[in-house]
Design a protein around this ligand. Structure first.
Ligand code: NAD
Length: 494
């Protein structure tokens, strides 16, 4: 079958949660449509799990964990199966990319290069951790009774059943950010995708089984956040919640997880600054703003959305940025000539347009964009807001759409004050060739990632996460893997 034929067949089914290595046979639960954001038409449908089904999925994941086929498998066997899983995702990459563009709306280029291509690199990196988990040998200083001798060491053990709760902006990639370290460590995992974008992770679950991941180790829960998601987080047999989503829901999840002392990590929202210094290369900064601010229609937690520019550069920067944004071609993600595609849903389109209306009311100037174009899907024109001031919502609230707020500053101290005077602290970027200035400013910025002359790269080897209300914990790198383990101390008298 060609990728298009496979996608068409997959879309024609009514999908359910994935449990014990196959689609759930439960018959209760509302069936809802999955829409194509480019046409606003239904393309597939899913049945939402009710509370009892959550219990069944957790039981399956827990039974698989206790049975030990995966959790106590030889690390080299886990690594080999996970590498095969990555190979299968790569081999089915075109099909997954098309499916992602159809359910989420994003450009097919981004779906191929980032959602699938980037995720496959990440999968291979994480597969390698299965054989590299380690503890330490430690000397003890207080032998009891006097004269006793001890050998002490630590070991990393899989934390248990993991609930991975993911948003709709990069549904496949962010799910794999949780699936891979959990499986590398020997955990069982239940992924709860957004009800708006449930399809790709269901297809990937089939590929995991084909690769050799035992049934019950990797499950998918399709359901509403407030029902199935909340029941999953509150379940006493879930040992860790790894959540990516909004700050508001993250707070609810942290509060619920604490009731059972369930471990949790939170990757939340951002209102990420770009700071142009006086010597910034304007051409590079404009290209960097398009990439850092409008990728995936700005529906990126790390996206640049407030741009601080010295007064002296502002007019030139706004003119060049507005001209570049104005020239972007809008249309469906499957059309490879387009640069701006729909946002995920009618509801989200309405939310972005409301933010634009508020920005106008508060005195911002729209230099380009500002409305929904006359197209059938959920589109928002890419928009530049000039004359934004620090107190305005456009400088402070996460819009999560194709909207760039430009704010002028007098001194670098004032710029850094505005950068840090935010509830968020996910990413930031500095645009300068003055190395000394950049090195002075980097430690002053309250953000989990600071880029210089770029605003985009995330890498499996670079920890990623938020200061302040942008989250708790980090994804990527050794620390992220270790967050799927418990640390056990062992002390042996001899
Ligand atoms: P959201 O918080 O509304 O939903 C995220 C997920 O949580 C969905 O699967 C949803 O069904 C589920 N959920 C909702 N209520 C729940 C509850 N009470 N209990 C359990 N689960 C529940 O976020 P969204 O609108 O899907 O995504 C956009 C947000 O995600 C933005 O704020 C964005 O910044 C953030 N995000 C952060 C990162 C990061 O790495 N920091 C990455 C991507 C997106």
């Amino acid at each position: 079958m060609t990728p298009l034929e496979t996608v068409t067949r997959f879309l024609s089914l009514t999908h359910s949660s994935f449990v014990d290595g196959q689609p759930s046979t439960a018959s209760r639960g509302d069936v809802i449509a999955v829409n194509d954001p480019a046409s606003a038409q239904a393309i597939s449908q899913v049945r939402l799990a009710e509370r009892e089904e959550v219990d069944r999925i957790v039981e399956s994941a827990r039974a698989a964990f206790v049975a030990g086929t995966w959790s106590r498998a030889r690390p080299a066997d886990r690594e080999r199966i996970l590498l095969r899983f990555a190979d299968l995702v790569e081999a089915h990459g075109e099909e997954l990319a098309q499916l992602e563009t159809l359910e989420q709306g994003k450009s097919i280029h981004i779906a191929r290069a980032i959602e699938v291509g980037g995720a496959v690199e990440y999968m291979r990196y994480m597969a390698g951790w299965a054989t590299k988990l380690e503890g330490q040998t430690l000397d003890v200083s207080i032998p009891v009774p006097t004269g006793a001798r001890y050998n002490a060491y630590t070991r990393r053990e899989a934390v248990g059943v993991v609930a991975g709760i993911v948003p709709w902006n990069f549904p496949l990639m962010i799910a794999l950010w949780k699936i891979m370290p959990a499986l590398a460590c020997g955990c069982s995992i239940i992924i709860k995708p957004s009800e708006e974008t449930p399809l790709t992770v269901l297809r990937v679950a089939e590929l995991a089984i084909e690769a050799g991941v035992p049934p019950g180790v990797f499950n998918v829960l399709i359901g509403r956040g407030s029902v199935a998601g909340a029941a999953l987080v509150a379940h006493p047999n879930v040992s860790k919640v790894s959540f990516t989503g909004s700050t508001a829901i993250g707070k609810q999840i942290g509060t619920a997880a604490l009731q059972n002392m369930t471990r949790f990590s939170l990757e939340l929202g951002g209102k990420n600054p770009m700071v142009l210094l006086q010597d910034a290369d304007l051409e590079k900064a404009v290209a960097g703003t398009l990439m850092g601010g409008l990728l995936n229609q700005g529906q990126v937690c790390a996206a640049a959305s407030r741009i601080y520019v010295p007064h002296a550069l502002k007019a030139d920067y706004v003119e060049a940025l507005s001209a570049a944004v104005n020239g972007m071609k809008i249309g469906p993600g499957l059309d490879p000539t387009t640069q701006i595609n729909p946002v995920v849903s009618r509801r989200h389109q309405g939310s972005v347009l409301q933010h634009l209306e508020l920005a106008r009311q508060q005195g911002a100037t729209v230099t380009t964009g500002g409305n929904a174009p006359d197209l059938p899907g959920y589109y928002v024109q890419p928009t530049v807001l000039a004359n934004v001031e620090h107190h305005m919502a456009a400088a402070r609230e996460e819009i999560f759409g194709p909207v760039l707020s430009v704010i002028a500053y007098d001194s670098l101290d004032e710029a850094i004050h505005m950068v840090n005077d935010s509830q968020y602290g996910l990413t930031a970027s500095l645009w300068t060739n003055d190395l000394t200035r950049a090195m002075d400013l980097i430690p002053r910025i309250e953000a989990g990632t600071v880029w210089v002359n770029s605003h985009v790269p995330v890498d499996p080897n670079l920890p990623f996460g938020g200061y302040k209300q942008s989250g708790i914990g980090r994804e990527f790198g050794r620390g992220a893997v270790e967050a799927f383990t418990e640390l056990k101390s062992v002390c042996i008298a001899y």
